[in-house]
Design a protein around this ligand. Structure first.
Ligand code: AVI
Length: 324
């Protein structure tokens, strides 16, 4: 059974438009031009991301799924039965059913900012698990979210798969981990756990091709941001003058995606003029990769104590369980 989605959103659509406009205009005015990766995910961007997850080169989705499939009984032991699973950003993916099957939870609370997406995935999940109460919450999970009354008194397991944490710089990642802790503990001293997916540092060539695939799907995903700006912010960006770049920044252990100008150019966005020189880039995404130690350090800084650690057979990805 799916309860009606609880809605905790203070931005209406015009608020989201404004935030996009501000991020783009400010981002293009910086010396190193940069636009936050969250703006990749319009309808087309979300479709392209789904396509990325099926690419041969993009190992994280398969590796994480492998860990979930291989360790069901261990998850159940570590988490215990009858928890409420709270998923941050309810994916349309196959990962959630694997976790739910393994641990037989008492309720499932998907949180997502996109109401339509949330309701669709809640219905799908409920069809697979007919006896399970599904209580969707439409909200921005980067801030503390009030939990539905239905899970009062149940132990809570946060689920944040996909290494989405890796798209945040450490300071923002720590803030998010702290907010998740507040959400799960209700701001009190309540026990809670977090199961989080984190991508591992590995051979540079493997990382590079995961973010610059042969078919050009990741390139299309990156360039789609420019199409979105042209469409939603009255932009005149000549998209064909840009090339997709994925670079490994070894000092910070992250893949950076950029859009590189292939020639000098000028364009306008919301009537504001921008100039770019050939070779200049717009930085569009960071995807941090972790070692066991750096992952543990990040979790500890965010208020979580790691207790269990699982990897896939090729050491590409890890799932970490942590206590609040
Ligand atoms: C959503 N996120 C974890 C993806 C990643 O791997 O950082 C986004 C992505 N960017 C390019 N390919 C996939």
């Amino acid at each position: 059974p799916v309860t009606e989605a609880m809605r905790i959103v203070d931005e209406d659509d015009s608020g989201i438009d404004r935030a996009f406009r501000t991020d783009v205009l400010l981002g293009l005015s910086q010396r190193q031009k940069a636009i936050p990766a969250r703006w990749f995910y319009d309808e087309r961007g979300s479709e392209l991301f789904e396509d990325i997850t099926k690419l041969d080169e993009y190992y994280p989705t398969r590796a994480e799924t492998e860990i979930l499939k291989a360790n069901g009984p261990e998850f159940a032991d570590a988490v215990g039965k009858g928890a409420a699973v709270v998923e941050f950003g309810s994916g349309s993916s196959a990962k959630t059913p694997l976790l739910l099957q393994a641990i037989a939870p008492a309720a499932y609370v998907p949180i997502d900012i996109s109401g339509d997406f949330l309701r669709a995935s809640a219905e799908q999940l409920s069809a697979k698990f007919p006896g399970l109460p599904v209580c969707p919450v439409e909200a921005d999970f980067t801030k503390r979210v009030a939990m539905p009354d239905a899970i009062d008194g149940l132990p809570r397991l946060g689920f944040f798969p996909g290494s989405t944490i890796g798209n945040l710089v450490p300071r923002t990642a720590v803030d998010l981990l702290r907010e998740m802790r507040e959400t799960l503990c209700d701001g009190r001293d309540r026990a809670a756990k977090l199961l989080i997916g984190m991508d591992r540092v590995k051979d540079t060539a493997v990382l590079q091709s995961a973010y610059d695939d042969a078919q050009g799907v990741t390139a299309a995903f990156n360039l789609n941001l420019l199409h979105r700006i042209n469409r939603e912010l009255a932009g005149t960006i000549p998209v064909d003058y840009f090339a997709h770049r994925a670079l490994w920044n070894d000092g910070i252990a992250r893949i950076e995606m950029h859009l590189e100008a292939q020639r000098d150019m000028s364009f306008t966005v919301c009537d504001k003029r921008f100039d770019m020189a050939r070779g200049e880039t717009i930085h569009t995404e960071n995807s941090h990769k972790y070692t066991r130690r750096s992952a543990n350090a990040l979790l500890l800084a965010g208020g979580w104590t790691p207790t269990h650690h699982w990897r896939d057979a090729h050491d590409r990805f890890m799932l970490i369980l942590a206590d609040a």
